[in-house]
Design a protein around this ligand. Structure first.
Ligand SMILES: Nc1ncnc2c1ncn2[C@@H]1O[C@H](COP(=O)(O)OP(=O)(O)O)[C@@H](O)[C@H]1O
Ligand SMILES: [Mg+2]
Length: 352
């Protein structure tokens, strides 16, 4: 059952056309010209309870506009939305009880009062029972490390601290759905890691449905199981992340560690199609290959002829390769079906 249903959703903005310079600005006062910007263009999207969805696309693609419509901040121009059975812009208050929202670019904390006071105000606004508030606050203080700055006003804390406090604020009322718009933007790697771990935990332990926009590919890799790509307001791709990676990222690398030092590797191995031997260093080396031309098993079979393999590891394919293919228009359902990779996976489709 879909918890988020989006049908033919569009949002058009009226944008002023101004000629450059002062005379342009003056002219605009008298002869106002506008054009219509279609920010979101006939999007269909169903998200099930507990899913983790990365909603990605270039700047200006319409990601934030979609999130704002789903949270009831903006009214759609056309199309239908239901979020847990409610129409967000018509039932804003009811909808707010079901959702948590974090916009990386702005905070929902009050600027001049201590963070703990903001959280306490949210408790009253959302009518959170004392017991739940206390349990959640204790949990978030621990998981997000809020202790050091709970008593400082939002304006005095760093961006990373602010984002952690905002996450706590968004989740205090145990929402079913969490919308995150660029939650890791501008943060250093250790804070990013902490935030990702926390979001994953909320998903796996509370079953919170996650919809995330991000420019950070590691956010996608670590948090999301499903990838939706939009470009110029249109959905151009929607699919299971792992299925897409398995099907489309051909290159794999295996790192071997042998018992003894390796001086050179024999010709048979190098003559396998697409095989490249890299980084031979004492007892370690790596082999990269195209998995459509040769199998990992074949390679391991050859390697074992050199001696005892103590350890080996296959690199996970990177999502950036997939995204690049989508933008280049090289990814389509035809290929995927031909390779027979998706029989038991979620539907994958592409409109272009
Ligand atoms: N309030 C607004 N008024 C006019 N145009 C807007 C407004 N908000 C967004 N837009 C335009 O809509 C398009 C999509 O914006 P946005 O949803 O913020 O993109 P993204 O979040 O993917 O970067 C952009 O061209 C942007 O300039
Ligand atoms: Mg945005």
């Amino acid at each position: 059952m879909s918890i988020i249903k989006v049908e033919s959703l569009s949002k058009k903005f009226k944008q002023a056309i101004k000629e450059p310079g002062l005379s342009g600005a003056v002219k605009h006062l008298f002869t106002q010209k506008y054009h219509q910007k279609v920010a979101v263009d006939e999007i269909n999207l169903n998200i099930n309870k507990g899913e983790t969805v990365a909603y990605v696309g270039p700047n200006g693609a319409g990601k934030s506009t979609t999130i704002k419509m789903l949270t009831g901040i903006l009214v759609p121009s056309t199309g239908k939305i239901t979020v847990d059975g409610l129409i967000p812009h018509k039932e804003r208050i009811e909808n707010a009880k079901n959702i948590g929202v974090v916009f990386g670019q702005r905070t929902q904390l009050w600027w001049d009062i201590p963070v703990i006071e903001s959280l306490s105000l949210l408790k009253d606004i959302y009518e959170i029972p004392e017991q739940i508030y206390k349990e959640n606050l204790d949990k978030f203080v621990e998981l997000l490390g809020l202790g050091d700055f709970l008593h400082l006003p939002a304006r005095k804390i760093s961006l990373g601290q602010r984002m952690r406090a905002d996450l706590a604020a968004a989740l205090l009322h145990n929402p079913k759905i969490l919308f995150l718009d660029e939650p890791t933007i501008g943060l250093d790697i250790s804070v990013k890691e902490r935030i990702r771990k926390f979001i994953k935990e909320m998903n796996s332990e509370q079953g919170t449905t996650i919809m995330l926009t991000t420019h950070d590919l590691d956010d996608i890799e670590e948090i999301c199981e499903r990838l939706v790509i939009i470009d110029q307001g249109r959905k151009i791709f929607d699919g299971d992340l792992q299925a897409v990676k398995d099907a489309f990222v051909r290159e794999r690398t295996i790192h071997f560690q042998m018992k003894n030092t390796i001086k050179s590797l024999n010709k048979n191995l190098e003559e396998l199609p697409s095989v490249k031997i890299e980084n031979i260093h004492e007892s370690r080396f790596s082999i990269s290959f195209d998995r459509f031309q040769v199998s990992a098993g074949e390679i391991s079979g050859h390697v074992m002829k050199y001696g005892e393999v103590i350890d080996f590891r296959i690199d996970e394919p990177k999502i950036e390769n997939v995204i690049k293919k989508v933008y280049d228009g090289n990814l389509n359902l035809g290929n995927l079906e031909k390779e027979g990779e998706t029989s038991d996976k979620k539907e994958i489709f592409i409109h272009c």
